[in-house]
Design a protein around this ligand. Structure first.
Ligand code: SAM
Length: 231
């Protein structure tokens, strides 16, 4: 996501009680950072935070953790969190945010940091074959997510990109995830609680249907787990 520099972002995050810097130092302790022990949903690549801010404000019974690699964009997300919670008369007590590179997830989260659900909304499609392993839905990344997903945990995935979506369906099967819900036009077949993201609005306005699926973690397949390098 390209964005003009936000000089205010880092100072605001430094003063934010629910932003946690130096993510690697929190490994194994993420759940203890919440006021209440309750289900934990993780959003990977939250961008400007429209999704997680709306979801967390609407669901005090769930804890939310938002991750992005860019501090400036997390600064924008923090402001969105503040405005969504203000609109419902709550303080943000069921959300935390942090910055790290998701491809290095095992250095930041371990089996003590179990999450019940992962959201991946409009991740970079990395169209070139040599870069497919960087996709946040690639088999290699899914195998990392298995270590932090609770039994029966789910990945909720939205994208505008057909090749990424088609490949992801294969990645899910390779990494032991069963697709239990799927639509190739989410807005024509809406699901409950679809909080629209910035990219979702942009692609919808361009007339591009939004692809969506829910993949549930099940047993690993018998065949060796190795995704193709290129498609
Ligand atoms: C295309 S934007 C989508 C943002 C938002 N989810 C939405 O739907 O509008 C992808 C976001 O993922 C973040 N991102 C991409 N690769 C990442 C990585 N390896 N680790 C952490 N964040 C990443 C980017 O900084 C960007 O904010």
């Amino acid at each position: 996501m390209r964005m003009r520099r936000k000089p205010w972002a880092r100072p605001e995050l430094a003063a934010c009680p629910y932003f946690f810097d130096e993510a690697v130092t929190r490994r194994g302790t993420w759940r203890s950072l919440f006021r209440k022990a309750q289900p934990l949903y993780l959003e990977l690549g939250m961008g400007k935070g429209a999704f997680i801010a709306q979801a967390a404000a609407a669901h005090p019974e769930i804890n939310y953790m938002g991750v992005d690699i860019k501090s400036d964009v997390i600064g924008v997300a923090r402001r969105r969190v503040e405005s969504e919670f203000e609109a419902v008369g709550r303080t943000p007590d069921n959300i935390i945010m942090t910055a790290f590179d998701i491809t290095r997830l095992p250095t930041v989260m371990d089996e003590h940091d179990k999450v019940d659900r992962i959201y991946i909304n409009f991740c970079n499609p990395w169209p070139t074959g040599a870069h497919h392993k960087k996709r946040l839905t690639h088999t290699r990344q899914l195998m990392n997510y298995r270590n932090i997903l609770a039994d029966g945990g789910e990945i909720h995935f939205k994208t505008d990109d057909d090749p990424l979506f088609n490949s992801s369906l294969r990645y899910f099967a390779e990494a032991g995830f069963e697709v239990i819900h799927m639509t190739r036009d989410l807005h024509a077949n809406p699901t409950a609680d679809n909080y629209v993201t910035e990219h979702e609005i942009m692609f919808s306005e361009q007339g591009i249907p939004i692809k969506f699926c829910i993949a549930k973690m099940v047993a690993l397949p018998d065949a060796p787990v190795e995704a193709a390098e290129a498609e």
